[in-house]
Design a protein around this ligand. Structure first.
Ligand SMILES: Cc1ncc(COP(=O)(O)O)c(C=O)c1O
Length: 751
């Protein structure tokens, strides 16, 4: 495509009006070009920062030139900067010359020629920023070819023949359909065969994300996890798995027929899932674990662990020091897998140095091959389901990629969506272009929100009022003194891992025996704490269960990522605006107002009251919070949760063996009251906290009774608080013969 078709304007800045002659000439040079003229630096930066579609910048040699050039380059290393001068203009200094692209004396040449020189620069710039695959895809679409291949809408023409189709075409726009192509287009290469521009894009992404090899996976990180396992693990191999794993890893164990052992993450008294102890990665611990919870064959007992899988960061934003883990696991595990579904951005800011799987921060450390799965679509901007699988070879052991391809090919469709490939390519190029800058801004904005809520909380406490707080250090060591979080300079918080590192000395986090320099909190994952339960597990007299706040905020158009019992998680991703932050703060303040006024539930949750009038009619928001708070406290729901998640039940069957029974139909759906001494057929994952409480094949017996107790306690909670139905994977709720809602799960039939 001719880049000038993009019609991106020039930004022309003249601080001082030049001579009339100069002005006339300038207008003439650019008369056929889209241009925006500005005269002061405030307007210049407003336009420059808010419009990424500027093709080049023209400046005159004014007083502010040094500052302007520096600021432009801080944001954009490549955009052409052209300085126009007259015969008598003073020379530019060396520092400026190094940062700009061209100076032009506009009286020394024809308008046409100067225009052409500028056009060439802008065209080169647009070419240079075009991502490898996306660029080719745009070019292809602009060749206006007839599509005699799939997909059947043939570039959208099918949708023109019908009003419903036309609705879709108008909604998505022609380019979406024209660029939805089949693999019969050789110019664009092939995803599965790894050829052409697709391959070039993957190679580029590997470089950008510091991997030796990167695969684009168009079926989400759920598939990435399974491909990694399929490619490296096989029947009866021992695997060492974070119990805080995504359910796709359970299916990874099913398809590979691996035999798992589990790492148990710490939890604090708020119910927040913490890090696995570093000690659990040592050879001694792993040797001790082998066979602890499952019967192994003699051959298995002699095996090394084939794969370890750890969630990094945790959902609540705890990131591991990968160097420490590599070092510790090297002696006992053959492959390291880090599930970084929520953490693809870590490579792009030095705050995370050493804390992500592909880190090169200490190349002296010996390690086995490392695999990372990243949902590029979650916290970077790829289209939904577009993920990346990164591989770093071991220091001694290389991955045979031809063999690994066999696993990859099992999961890839032969009709990949080209826009998804393009989105992965685009995100890689964006992050390379100014990822550090984007991340700095994002982290700083998150710090701003953290400080804002901390200040409101601080002000409220001063007058014995209440507000929400943030799960973060109250005080931070700065210049050898502990000072309030909100007083710590932003630049320190932005650039120092110490500020976020969990330690024994500063135990705001509530995790026991935390190791030095082992785990840090990611500033962009913000956990808002509700009053009601403190970090030592002591209940206040009054309290606000987080699911009530979450429902309240949803009604105001603010949707959080995850809701625990007394805390909510908000993701502060790239592109979170200050206005969006303000809406959240206002939402919290509105809740406080309604809570303090005890505003009637009829006006706050009308649908809930209408559906369960006998339970909620006539109550106020504060009454409702208090009822639920007292119930959680008195029923010891969180204690049940604690005990249920602390233990690993006995594995009567591996996940694969249990799955086989499921598909043979050798199962029963039973109410919870009847499942004692039975073997779970499927994985059971309650949200919150989102950790499997039972894996397929695990036995429900006296040892694991706390698991059942927790599920029964949750069932009872939902009977008392109708309408607050949790999402529990592996559990179905049906009414019994008396019309009472009971949880059922799938267990293996007894022989
Ligand atoms: C830790 C973790 N891994 C993997 C996945 C699966 O990712 P995807 O939704 O891209 O399939 C998720 C999804 O939430 C996740 O939380």
């Amino acid at each position: 495509m001719n880049n000038n078709e993009l019609k991106w304007p020039l930004l022309i800045y003249e601080e001082l009006k030049e001579t009339e002659e100069f002005e006339k000439k300038l207008q003439k040079i650019f008369e056929n070009k889209e241009s925006i003229y500005v005269e002061n630096s405030k307007d210049f930066f407003r336009i420059f920062l808010n419009n990424q579609n500027i093709s080049g910048i023209i400046l005159n040699n004014s007083e502010s030139i040094k500052m302007l050039v520096k600021e432009i380059r801080r944001r954009n290393k490549k955009i052409p900067i052209i300085i126009l001068k007259e015969n008598d203009t003073k020379e530019l200094d060396f520092d400026i010359l190094k940062k700009i692209d061209m100076t032009l004396n506009i009286f020394e040449d024809s308008e046409n020629f100067i225009n052409g020189r500028v056009s060439k620069l802008t065209e080169n710039y647009l070419n240079s920023i075009k991502p490898v695959f996306f660029g080719k895809l745009m070019d292809y679409v602009k060749e206006y070819k007839y599509a005699w291949h799939t997909p059947g809408h043939t570039g959208g023409t099918m949708f023109m023949s019908n009003p419903i189709g036309k609705m879709m075409l108008d909604f998505y726009g022609e380019n979406t359909l024209r660029s939805d192509l089949s693999i019969s287009v050789p110019e664009l290469g092939s995803l599965l065969d790894e050829e052409g521009p697709v391959k070039d894009a993957e190679i580029n992404s590997a470089r950008v994300f510091s991997a030796d090899k990167t695969y684009y996976i168009l079926n989400g990180t759920s598939s990435v996890n399974q491909i990694i396992w399929k490619g490296r693990v096989t029947k009866d191999d021992l695997a060492f798995v974070d119990r805080n794993c995504h359910k796709s890893l359970n299916y990874g164990m099913v398809i590979t027929e691996a035999t798992p052992m589990y790492m148990v993450p710490r939890r604090n008294k708020l119910g927040i899932i913490g890090p696995v102890k570093l000690l659990e990665f040592t050879k001694e611990y792993i040797d001790k674990m082998i066979g602890e919870n499952i019967k192994l064959t003699p051959a298995q007992k002699k095996q090394r662990v084939k794969m370890s899988a750890l969630t990094n960061s945790t959902y609540d934003g705890l990131c591991y020091n990968i160097n420490k883990i590599k070092e510790t696991l090297e002696s006992s595990v053959d492959n390291l897998h880090f599930d970084e579904a929520w953490y693809a951005y870590a490579k792009f800011h030095k705050l995370y140095n050493g804390y992500y799987a592909m880190t090169d921060s200490d190349n002296k450390i010996e390690h086995p091959p490392i695999f990372a799965s990243q949902s590029t679509h979650k916290l970077l901007g790829a289209f939904s389901q577009s993920s990346m699988l990164h591989i770093k070879n071991g220091t001694k052991k290389k991955v045979d990629m031809v063999v690994f391809d066999e696993a990859y090919l099992m999961y890839g469709s032969t009709s990949p969506q080209y826009s998804m490939i393009a989105s992965l390519d685009v995100v890689s190029s964006m992050m390379e272009f100014n990822g550090e800058e984007l991340m700095s801004e994002t982290i700083l904005n998150a710090i701003h929100l953290r400080k804002r809520i901390a200040k409101l909380d601080y002000e409220a406490k001063k007058i014995e009022d209440w507000f929400f707080s943030i799960w973060q250090p109250l005080k931070i060591k700065y210049n050898d003194k502990f000072i309030d979080f909100q007083e710590v300079p932003d630049s320190y918080l932005l650039n120092n891992q110490n500020a976020w590192s969990l330690s024994l000395e500063n135990d705001w986090h509530g995790f026991e025996d935390i190791e030095d320099n082992y785990v840090m909190l990611d500033p962009i994952k913000i956990t808002v704490k509700c009053p009601g339960l403190n970090i030592d597990g002591i209940y206040d007299k009054t309290g606000i269960p987080a699911n009530i706040l979450s429902n309240y905020l949803i009604n105001k158009g603010i949707v959080n990522e995850k809701t625990d019992t007394y805390s909510l998680l908000f993701l502060h991703s790239i592109g979170t605006t200050l206005t969006k932050q303000e809406a959240l703060v206002q939402g919290l303040i509105d809740f406080k107002k309604d809570y303090d006024l005890n505003t009637s539930l009829e006006s706050i949750f009308p649908e809930l009251v209408e559906s369960y009038e006998e339970k909620y009619s006539g109550k106020g928001l504060r009454d409702h919070c208090q009822d639920m708070h007292e119930y959680i406290r008195d029923s010891k729901l969180l204690d049940f949760m604690d005990k249920g998640f602390e233990l690993i039940p006995y594995q009567a069957l591996t996940p694969a063996e249990a799955s086989r029974e499921v598909f043979r139909g050798n199962i029963e759906h039973l109410p919870l009251k009847d499942v004692m001494n039975r073997v779970s057929a499927v994985i059971v994952v309650p949200y919150p906290p989102g950790i499997p409480i039972l894996m397929g094949g695990e036995k429900i017996n006296d040892k694991s009774k706390p698991v059942l107790d927790f599920l029964l306690a949750r069932e009872k909670f939902e009977l008392v608080f109708s309408g607050y139905f949790a999402d529990i994977h592996g559990i179905q709720a049906f009414n019994d013969s008396e019309g009472i809602r009971r949880f059922h799960t799938m267990v293996i039939k007894e022989s």
